[in-house]
Design a protein. Sequence first.
Length: 141
Amino acid sequence: MQEKRVLFLCTGNSCRSQMADGIINQDFAGQIQAFSAGTEPHGLNPKAVQVMTEIDIDISANSSDHLSQYDGQSFDYVITLCGDASDKCPLFVGGVKRQHIGFDDPPRATGTDDEVLNVYRRVRDEIREELGQFFSQELGN
């Protein structure tokens, strides 16, 4: 079976799309090749890197890329993870399956350092659970 290609989109390509990229590349290695981009990228979020390291996924070398970097490339899935990216996402041609699966934005969390990190962890775990179920169903696993 040929690997499916998925592009995860968020506004900043700093947190949710980066976590999804890392999780899917690990959990579906050999089945799915994941990429991530943003409509207004602004660098990798250090707390996202930290909570991913806690589950043995290293995204520290990832780059925060603009959506235009993927112009002309084909994907089996384009998945927006925040409403803003869903609204601004251009139309991809070529039979792409476009999906919106939204998650809370961890950088907007407030509270103590522990409370904020717990929001990052919760969203990370929700991404793993929901995208895992989605792709397992899509791939017939």
